[in-house]
Design a protein around this ligand. Structure first.
Ligand code: KDG
Ligand code: MG
Length: 403
């Protein structure tokens, strides 16, 4: 099981993706997702310069040892770039191990805990009516859970609310960051009306989620959580920036709205206080940013002690490789909550052939050995990298804000 080759493939079938391929002497190979939206080439440099040369000749079956070699051995621990690189190696090695065992990855993790994986769709509209139309469309497609984001009167553009019809989200789409304007007051006044309308139109059973995208202060988040309590959200996501975990104490004291956090986390240490104090309800770190299966399963186990469930990040800026591996993890993990789902484009799906399926609001895991996602390298070459940037946000007086 010696590693004989390891290389990075950068491709842009509509948006940039970074993929790591690790090949063993026997020819068995594994692939991992190393995409970090808007910072793709930093991970490429980290892998090519510091990680891949050290992998050649190592035993691919020693996943745990390689993980610690890359994490402890680097001295400079954690951080999104480092952990995206570590994650990609880890995902590729688990892919190899499962292929060598002739098993789908979920079997290697411990087998199925469920038959199918509930997902939530993105529904965005420029106003409440637009959102309701999107929710209706997604309910007809079979979704049991929808994330609803609406434009807000008086705020011209909001990241996370599609600008063009049919778009579920916005890609990082400009060479340099676009500048958006933000008003917390306008937002806070609008959002409860949105959820009142959703419940009025669709009743009580549909699971409804909302992403604040880190834009509030703790007391503002507490106000919002309280205001939407009558509409019993499945979760309120990233209601504040979470560098200061203590912020969640205040929010939790004021509201029973369930809280989700962690799409920008990359380590179990980012969660410790949040979990031990029972301040949150869902962990969101994706496998491709949280140190791969080896580390994210430790986060999931710690979360389980506190009745906290998984709800992995799954936007289109994580490649089908990450999504495919996540579906195996979701199929196994005992404390599963939900999986985010933003469908990739047909171009992306063609570059990354996979055996997971979407049906009736759920994902069904595939039975191919490994994580079930491959890369068509010849096709990938047809889509060269193009720098793309995410936006920045400013308050109406010009102050740079969270976006
Ligand atoms: O999917 C979500 O919940 C997001 O918040 C998507 C993020 O904005 C996106 O992944 C940033 O790269
Ligand atoms: Mg989010």
């Amino acid at each position: 099981m010696k590693i004989s080759d390891a290389y990075v493939i950068v491709t842009s079938p509509g948006r940039n993706f970074v993929t790591l391929k690790i090949v063993t002497e026997s020819g068995t190979y594994g692939i991992g997702d190393a995409t970090l939206n808007g910072r793709e080439m930093a991970v490429v440099a980290y892998l090519e310069e510091h990680v891949l040369p050290a992998l050649i000749g190592r035993d691919a079956s020693r996943i745990e040892d390689i993980w610690h070699y890359l994490y402890r051995g680097a001295y400079w621990r954690r951080g999104p770039v480092t952990m995206a690189a570590v994650s990609a190696v880890d995902l590729a090695l688990w892919d190899i191990k499962a292929k060598a065992a002739g098993m789908p990855l979920y079997q290697l993790l411990g087998g199925k805990s469920r038959e199918r994986v509930m997902t939530y769709a993105h529904c965005t509209g420029k106003d409440i009516e637009g959102c309701l139309a999107e929710v209706e469309k997604h309910v007809k497609l079979g979704y049991r859970a929808v994330r609803v984001q609406s434009g807000v009167p008086g705020i011209p553009t909001i990241y996370g609310v599609a600008k063009r019809e049919g778009e579920r989200y916005e890609p990082a789409d400009s060479d340099l960051p676009a500048e958006h304007a933000w008003s917390t007051e306008k937002y806070l006044n609008h959002v409860p009306k949105l959820f009142a309308a959703v419940r009025e139109r669709f009743g009580d059973e549909l699971h409804v989620l909302h992403d604040v995208h880190h834009r509030l202060t703790p007391i503002e988040a507490a106000r919002l959580g309280k205001a939407v309590e009558p509409y019993h959200l499945f979760w309120l996501e990233d209601c504040v920036p979470a560098e200061n975990q203590e912020s969640f104490r205040l929010i939790r004291q004021h509201t029973t709205t369930p809280l989700a956090v962690g799409e920008v986390f990359n380590s179990i240490h980012d969660y410790r206080e949040l979990l031990e104090n029972q301040w949150i309800d869902y962990v969101r770190t994706p496998l491709s940013h949280g140190g791969g299966i080896t580390h994210v399963r430790r986060i999931a186990d710690l979360a389980a002690l506190y009745h906290v469930r998984t709800g992995f990040h799954g936007p289109t800026d994580l490649s089908p490789v990450c999504l495919g591996a996540a579906i195996h993890f979701d199929t196994w993990v005992p404390n599963f909550g939900i999986q985010e789902h933003m469908p990739h484009t047909a171009e992306t799906d063609a570059v990354f052939p996979h055996d997971y399926r979407f049906e009736d609001g759920h994902f069904l895991v595939g039975e191919a050995p490994g994580h079930g996602v491959d890369i068509d390298e010849a096709l990938a070459k047809q889509y060269p990298y193009k720098r793309a940037s995410l936006p920045v946000n400013r308050l109406e007086d010009g102050t740079l804000w969270h976006w």
